[in-house]
Design a protein around this ligand. Sequence first.
Ligand code: AMP
Length: 195
Amino acid sequence: MTRLLLIGPPGAGKGTQASLLADYFGIPAISTGDIFRENVKNETPLGVEAKGFMDRGEYVPDSLTNALVKDRISQPDAQKGFLLDGYPRTIDQVNQLDGFLDEMGKKLDVVVQLTADSEELVRRLAKRAQEQGRSDDTPEVIRHRQDVYEEQTAPLIDVYVSRSLVAKIDGLGEINDVTGRIIEALAARGLTPDA
Ligand code: AMP
């Protein structure tokens, strides 16, 4: 059973790596960003509420985000493990996730920190803006999302470092090379698909 978190700045490649790793481990990749985007697309009450925050590059309020994750990690397919992509992003979310896992009698195995220098991040996000047309990939909103990440999310890494959970991985280079680095770091901690 494998429970992983993926943390890194916007553009670090979390989404791409999350789906490759989830396939490798046979666990669901749970991306709060994808879930919010799906709700926005379908104009659900959650989507209607989340859209404004997302378009401005701000975080959706913790109360909404935490409830969504609690529900999702309680689903049957997540009982064999999961990979959370883009959650937690605030200290409140860390505390809530700790509580959910305690209630379920489970714990996190590893927090994968993906790094990339800021020039590369901007380059990748500009490319993604062209390819995917995400409404929050405009230059101003990208800058704001980077600031919000530095203020609210980067400090979480220290929290998980103090629990000795962090594997820091260089996110630069070919997609498959990055995946290989992550798999190697996880294997070094005893995490393999059949473990
Ligand atoms: P992402 O696809 O992970 O970059 O997420 C896109 C947007 O969804 C973010 O900029 C936030 O507005 C919202 N979002 C995703 N995950 C979270 C989270 N854990 N907490 C708050 N907002 C989130």
